[in-house]
Design a binder for this molecule. Structure first.
Ligand SMILES: *Cc1c(COP(=O)(O)O)cnc(C)c1O
Length: 451
């Protein structure tokens, strides 16, 4: 007789589920979720986040000079950014708001990277004043930087560098897209970067580097979620090859660094972290060995892969009903906190768990149910025909893997307020400690914001 042992996946899945249940029960107990006052709340696992950051740092060899920045758009809460800074991360920002949040979170300018697609002149001047790294997206932006630097050079002595910022070009390696079109940034016609493969483009870029000794970085971000690792590796390899070409054609080591972007996909189907940072670094070694030669400094910009699996969102079931044979649970989590899942359900499916009002996991026969949100449109569903123990009013649902790009990227619809976000840690005795990362927006604030 053989006794089947649980696989590592099963064991880690059970542990993760038990931890979430413990946290949800504690949250109910402390009324961080409450059927009157906190119908919806999001949670970030601060221990998990620290472990993910540590795994990222471990994955790159010590021989490479690497600055890991966190892509602020994935979770822009200042207390989260502050924690990440404490864990040794820099910060990648892509709008004036994120830029201000990164500064408020205390990041040194030298550890911030500005990647906004539509950088205003004011944003660029601020970055160059502070010494924030800038990845230039297009030819017009490059001209704008030229102008800003010219006006400074007339003010400053010849010896003074006009800016301490690391200045680079975002290239589009045009290696193709992944499974989600909207997330694929290295297609032939992507809106991002300066193309490498278009007729004459690489030559024009080379000339731009020749004329501008201060252009010293190359940036490539191939996509976010849905991109196979080999596609990402090919994109990085094309960026590295172009950097080497610039240096050999110019006969000097002008390009000193490669910013490889982020985009490591996340497994939304289970609790395993798959792929890992380690696996990605292995693929990068295979595609772009020169990245690890020590000849280049490296910057990374991961977002989703650091936070997504370290968060969940809890919401009450307000009503249940059947309609045309469909079981529907009407909950308080919909498009306002799960925007992509609601509007692109095939690209962004998430796992959902069912819980009693106490937070304890529900068991029982699985019944296909639609899990609906509170928004006034028919498509506001976070799951369709999902087999779950039959939900009842007053139960809770948990939306898993929502630590990045969910509750912290709120969508204003039906004047639904932003829910609170709580961080948590669990001590060795199973004690759960909460820390408020963002308080819930009040209805009074919603009303006053419009005046
Ligand atoms: C969105 C974005 C990232 C982060 O992507 P993730 O998929 O969250 O890792 C990094 N760099 C740039 C330029 C981005 O636009």
């Amino acid at each position: 007789m053989t006794i089947s042992q649980p696989t590592t996946t099963e064991r880690s899945g059970r542990q993760a589920a038990a931890r979430r249940e413990l946290v949800l029960r504690a949250a109910v107990h402390r009324r961080l979720v409450d059927p009157e006052d906190a119908l919806l709340a999001a949670f970030v696992d601060l221990d998990g986040m620290a472990a993910s950051v540590a795994a990222l740092h471990r994955a790159f060899p010590d021989s490479v000079d690497v600055l890991h920045t966190f892509a602020a758009k994935a979770n822009c809460l200042i207390p989260v950014l502050e924690r990440l800074r404490g864990l040794g991360m820099g910060c990648e920002v892509a709008s004036p708001g994120e830029f201000a949040q990164a500064l408020a979170a205390g990041f040194d300018a030298a550890r911030i990277v500005l990647d906004s697609p539509a950088k205003t002149r004011r944003e660029l001047v601020q970055a160059l004043d502070l010494g924030v790294a800038v990845n230039i997206d297009n030819w017009q932006e490059l001209e704008r930087i030229d102008e800003i630097l010219r006006t400074r050079e007339t003010r400053e002595t010849r010896e003074t560098r006009a800016t301490r910022s690391r200045l680079g070009i975002r290239v589009n390696p045009q290696v193709g897209g992944g499974t989600i079109g909207a997330m694929s940034t290295a297609t032939a016609t992507s809106k991002f970067g300066i193309t490498l493969a278009d007729e004459g483009s690489a030559e024009q870029l080379l000339a731009a580097f020749r004329e501008r000794p201060w252009l010293t970085w190359i940036h490539a971000h191939v996509g976010s979620q849905g991109c196979p690792l080999d596609l990402m590796g090919e994109g990085v390899a094309a960026a590295v090859a172009f950097a080497e070409k610039v240096n050999s054609e110019l006969g000097r080591r002008q390009v000193v660094g490669i910013d490889i972007g982020g985009g490591l996909p996340v497994n939304f189907a289970g609790d395993d972290t798959d792929p890992t940072f380690e696996t990605y670094v292995d693929r990068l070694r295979a595609h772009a060995p020169a990245l690890f030669s020590g000849d280049f400094q490296v910057v990374t910009e991961f977002g989703r892969s650091l936070l997504a699996k370290n968060g969940f969102t809890a919401a009450y079931v307000e009503y249940t009903k059947t309609s045309g044979g469909r079981h529907i649970a009407v909950t308080h989590a919909g498009a306002q906190v799960a925007t992509r899942t609601v509007f692109m359900p095939d690209a962004w499916p998430i796992r959902i768990t069912a819980h009693h009002p106490s937070g304890a996991a529900k068991d029982g026969d699985l019944v296909p149910q639609d899990v609906a949100g509170p928004c006034c449109f028919a498509g506001d569903l976070v799951a369709k025909a999902r087999p779950l123990p039959l939900l009842a009013p007053g139960d809770l649902v948990a939306l898993l893997d929502t630590g990045a790009y969910y509750a912290t990227n709120h969508f204003q619809y039906n004047s639904l307020p932003e829910p609170a976000v709580h961080g948590y840690t669990v001590d060795a005795d199973g004690g759960v400690h909460f820390e408020l990362l963002r308080r819930a927006q009040t209805i009074a604030e919603l009303v006053s914001a419009g005046r």
